[in-house]
Ligand binder design. Structure first.
Ligand code: GLA
Length: 708
């Protein structure tokens, strides 16, 4: 940071330049506003060049000055839509008119210090540019400088004016086993608001927005994405100011009087991540992938080889025993698994989802000799040990809940409605927190765990702490718990899971290494789900497993070829019971695993592209090695095509001056069926003909550069 500057010295504009985007702030308003956010502009563009053409008239019939759509728009300055900050003292002094006091500038960070002198609070907005990815991170804080208690009803993490030319908004819907449904709608009139009050990120409200000038496409178009890094309640809002300018606002949704600051106390809203692309959704996706890889993931989980998982959940559900699991260990190793994960069902009283959560000792009936024989077997097969836990919860039928009813979240005398028969614990209670830290630590040490599948299977309904709303505190305490374990046991990977993808977000991923996007394995559902998930998360972070032939959730039957091809471009794993596989299925799976092992090194560092195709049932995902020497294309067809022969598919990301060997790899046995030499430019302009496929099948193609 450079020296702080006084108010009268502030420059008229301040800018942050990434590799391909520029953000320019106009500082001459009381609260700075975005003068420009978009494609990178030349360094010699002056304040005048930007500001002079953007002068707006006042709205006739309204206030005398033009409407200020600032970084924190306020009702108190005449902003006609949702204020960016709503704070008061017991209902009084609710008006705000913040004033910029000083600006701290460095090449990659701008911090704006604002003050509300009558209502007595300070606000700071820090915008930092992650230079490797061109993702701009917003951190907004408020501090009570008065003597009485300040109640915060709303402090948005980010309020972003969108270009007036933007006409489309994409948000995410979803449900259990079908998360990340990307829905695009036209931005017309009225506000669009999505609120999540479930106390976790939620299946149905992934906290992100994509806005575009045109209907979002993967390979072209101008688009902006805003993503919240928070695993609790949130509000996403899109609206227009009265003079017609669209904007996005998002932040933590707070319950009445949930957040009260005493003198000197401060609150920082969840971080928000913003990026711009002139290359369609692919551009946004690639920036977010770089951001996750270079900035978000803990250093020890960047660029590590992701071992093939075998997870016991679908193979045996709760029906575990030492004998059954030892048999699975041997079978998993034979398939080529490198990490064996003992999922739910291993602990005391856990014969179904009605009991046991909270009692984290091995079930003496299923494991009379403890878990040690299983752990030893896993390790002697050369695999790592992984274990499922759901530490934030307890079943009523558990010793933990019987011994410590006061540890349950909520008000005394009032029970939470159950979710999956369980209650949430009050993590903000130091005794609960300490108990969990030591219990998880003992499991990690005793069983030499290299991986924890950290689950969270219910919504928070009664997050009352001392009878006051405590969703914020609970979310924060969950982060502290994750952070404590991640710091103390840096060798142990944490997977973020919440009934599948209900806690998939950048807030939680700061402490984990991968996310379980969904409980559904059926590749038909997974193809679209994984595509939207991938907008924000790179392949190595996306758990993708091969399930049983007949998917338990959807009831569909899928070939092993389609199942493996759909998991290949994620962090690969197996959930199907190996004993239930036919010999040919077994061979396909073994070969797919070998193929994954051969290629994961570069795929997990590669650039991802989804390719637009006129047949919407075609989901084509291409990963291109950083050097452009190699690429892998997986073309999935999830429904009937409209035309007898699908149009050619245009590739992307290759070197247009190089020739490539295009090899069609069979998804049945992962060997090359045919090869063809062609030019990178042709593949990207004319495209390649894809073979005729059946619905719910996939074709694989490897591309290797063979010189100019
Ligand atoms: C959640 C997870 C599943 C599995 C079960 C176990 O639903 O998402 O993958 O671990 O819990 O109960």
């Amino acid at each position: 940071m450079t020296q702080a500057k006084l108010a009268f010295e502030v420059p008229e504009i301040a800018r942050l330049d990434g590799k391909s985007s520029t953000l320019v702030l106009l500082l001459s308003r009381d609260v700075p506003e975005i003068a420009y956010f978009g494609e990178r502009i030349p360094a010699d563009v002056s304040a005048d060049d930007i500001v002079s053409l953007g002068q707006r008239d006042a709205v006739p019939g309204a206030l005398d000055s033009s409407e200020a759509l600032t970084l924190l728009p306020e009702t108190g300055t005449g902003f006609s839509a949702h204020s960016g900050v709503i704070a008061h003292r017991d209902g009084k002094t609710f008006i705000s008119q913040l004033r910029l006091q000083r600006v701290e500038e460095s090449p990659h960070c701008l911090t704006l210090h604002l003050s509300e002198q009558l209502s007595e609070y300070d606000v700071s907005i820090e915008i930092s540019l992650h230079a490797d990815s061109d993702v701009f991170e917003w951190n907004t804080s408020i501090r009570n400088t008065g003597t009485s208690r300040l109640t915060i009803d709303w402090l948005c993490s980010v309020s972003l004016a969108l270009p007036s030319s933007f006409e489309y908004i994409g948000m995410f819907d979803g449900r259990w086993a079908n998360e990340f449904q990307f829905r695009v709608q036209q931005l017309t009139t009225g506000s669009l608001r999505k609120e999540n009050r479930l106390g976790r990120t939620a299946h149905n409200s992934f906290p992100a927005i994509v806005a575009g000038k045109d209907w979002p496409r993967w390979s072209r178009g101008t688009a902006i994405a805003v993503k919240l890094g928070w695993s609790g309640n949130h509000r996403l809002l899109i609206d227009r100011s009265r003079d017609g300018r669209p904007f996005v606002q998002m932040g933590e949704l707070l319950h009445p009087r949930e957040l009260e600051l005493d003198r000197g106390e401060s609150y920082t809203a969840p971080a928000a991540y913003v990026c711009h692309s002139s290359g369609g959704l692919n551009g946004l996706m690639q920036q977010f992938h770089r951001f996750v890889r270079q900035s978000l993931l803990r250093k020890n989980w960047r660029s590590v080889q992701r071992p093939v998982h075998f997870n016991t959940w679908e193979a045996c559900y709760f029906d575990q025993s030492e004998e059954k699991v030892l048999d699975l260990v041997a079978r998993a190793a034979k398939l080529g698994a490198e990490r064996f994960v003992l999922d739910d069902g291993w602990f005391r009283g856990r014969n179904d989802a009605r009991a046991g959560l909270g009692d984290w000792q091995p079930c003496p009936i299923k494991y009379p000799r403890g878990l040690e024989p299983v752990i030893d077997a896993v390790e002697s097969e050369g695999m790592q040990v992984g274990l499922w836990i759901e530490p934030e919860m307890a079943n009523a039928d558990s010793d933990l809940a019987r011994d410590h009813p006061e540890w349950l979240l909520g008000e005394p005398g009032r029970l939470q409605p159950t979710g999956r028969n369980q209650y949430a614990l009050n993590l903000a209670d130091p005794s609960v927190f300490e108990y969990l830290v030591s219990t998880i630590g003992q499991l990690i040490e005793r069983y030499r765990l290299r991986y924890i599948k950290w689950d969270m299977n219910r919504d928070l309904t009664h997050a009352a702490i001392d009878s006051r709303p405590g969703y914020h505190q609970t979310t924060f305490a969950a982060y502290e718990l994750l952070r404590t374990i991640a710091d103390r046991y840096p060798e142990t990977e944490i997977e973020i899971c919440a009934s599948g993808g209900a806690r998939a977000d950048y807030g939680a991923l700061r402490f984990g290494s991968r996310i379980w996007p969904s409980d559904v394995q059926d590749p038909h559902t997974r193809q679209l789900l994984q595509r939207s998930f991938s907008l924000f998360f790179p392949p190595e972070v996306m758990g993708a497993h091969v399930g049983s032939k007949r998917d338990e959730i959807t009831g569909r039957e899928q070939t092993m070829a389609f199942r493996t091809a759909s998991a290949l471009l994620g962090h690969f794993g197996v959930e199907a019971h190996p004993a239930g596989l036919s010999d040919p299925e077994q061979v396909t799976l073994q070969r797919a695993i070998a193929f994954y092992k051969e290629h994961r090194g570069w795929i997990h560092d590669a650039e991802t592209y989804f390719l637009d195709h006129s047949e919407t049932c075609i989901v084509a995902r291409l990963v291109v090695m950083a050097s452009q020497q190699r690429a892998l294309l997986v073309v999935a067809q999830i429904d009937d095509c409209s035309f007898a022969v699908p149009a050619p598919l245009r590739l992307a990301g290759l070197n247009p001056s190089w020739r490539y060997r295009l090899s069609h790899v069979s998804a049945e046995d992962y060997v090359v069926i045919s090869s063809h030499d062609t030019h990178g430019a042709v593949l990207q302009t004319l495209g390649m003909q894809i073979p005729l496929m059946q619905p719910d099948s996939a074709s694989l193609f490897l591309l290797d550069a063979i010189g100019k």
